[in-house]
Design a protein around this ligand. Sequence first.
Ligand code: FAD
Length: 409
Amino acid sequence: MGADGMTLSFWQRQAQAPEVTVDIAIVGGGLIGCSTAYWLRQLRPEARVAIVEAQHLAAGASGRNAGFLLQGTGPDYMGAVERYGAQRARALWHFTRENRALLATELTPSAFQLETSGSLTVAGSADEDERLQEAVSRMRQDGAPVAYIPPDATNQRLMAQHFHGALYVPSGAMLDPVALVRHIAAASEARVLAHHQVVAVQARGDAVDLVTPRRRVRAGQVLLALNAYLPLLVPALRQYVRPVRAQMLATVPQPSRWLHVPAYTHDGYYYIRQRADGTVLLGGARHLHRAEEVGYADETTEALQRDLEAYLHRHFPQLRDPTVRHRWSGTMGFSPDGLPSYGAVPGLPGSFWAAGFTGYGLAYGFHFGRVLAQVALGHSLPEGADLFAADRFEEAQAKASPFSEVSSS
Ligand SMILES: Cc1cc2nc3c(=O)[nH]c(=O)nc-3n(C[C@H](O)[C@H](O)[C@H](O)COP(=O)(O)OP(=O)(O)OC[C@H]3O[C@@H](n4cnc5c(N)ncnc54)[C@H](O)[C@@H]3O)c2cc1C
């Protein structure tokens, strides 16, 4: 199943490293794969677990994101209520809140520079501002304490201009995403097989063989944590996730730090934060380049990067014409309804996949790893986890057109 067109010569096969046999092999060393390994360790310490990764830990979106630890499904709670219904929007909020709590209680937050700063959802237009205001009482009722900040105070607080109002979410936070993934992987004590690109997954009696150019990995169960890359290995699952590119930039450190919270603006189409050393990180502008920002090409474009700089120019006068020291891109996995999913791998009993984090993987990821581990071990799932079962699409298929756009980073 699912070879990517690569073959191995007789000589290459002769020269391969010895086969590895484990109980559970996780394919993909991003946040989801490593979190799943962590929870497998907690739930079944005796299981032999390997993380099989094409490049190195956090090589994908997990190591390229902005490090915003947001709460909820996206920037707009009312949008979530409309899209998923009031009950599901509430359950999703609580799922992400639990994710945030687990990161702080299970792990060592200083290892990944967790800043418990709160976060801001900032309106870029009067309409958005109105929706944010509408959300306040609804969110409070639903157990999500937030505060509305009027336009003048928002601009003052951000030392910015031309923004409308904002929602302050006290439980929002920011972190170093590469350090997070490495920390979780180390805590999982799983064997990490880096530079092992899985080119095929083959059922072999009761076991599953993962074929990589370096060696074969034999496992009792396989968990595919590939997000955007899932359809490249298992084309039959392509209806659940599609690749969408996001771009970011980082300035040289600025003389002072004025931004102490991550700010998500313009319906989440821009996101900006500043590190303690003064470096400003900015991503977004994808909505201005939708046709180009799809697929797997890991490259930045001049046009989009110009729009990111134009945003700085318009909103942050103190940052006009900053020196940009780094620009990069990453591949997100968008799902048909904006929510991540887990499901069974067709043809491989006992094996599962998770994908479709749609630009919000940090908000769900660590908790989602627990769900995937529980699914794999046949344990009962925590409240709210059924929201993510991929079979929801079978019911919805007749109604929804797949891959209708949702706002996200
Ligand atoms: C620029 C950018 C900014 C973002 N900002 C945020 C943010 O601030 N907050 C937030 O919540 N989310 C953000 N996201 C989204 C978030 O990063 C993702 O949702 C999350 O990292 C997904 O994690 P993952 O482990 O599922 O996927 P990935 O991190 O993509 O991991 C998949 C792994 O699989 C490996 N792989 C692929 N094919 C194979 C193969 N055949 N064999 C073996 N290994 C393979 C890849 O190398 C990769 O390491 C952002 C994304 C991007 C790109």
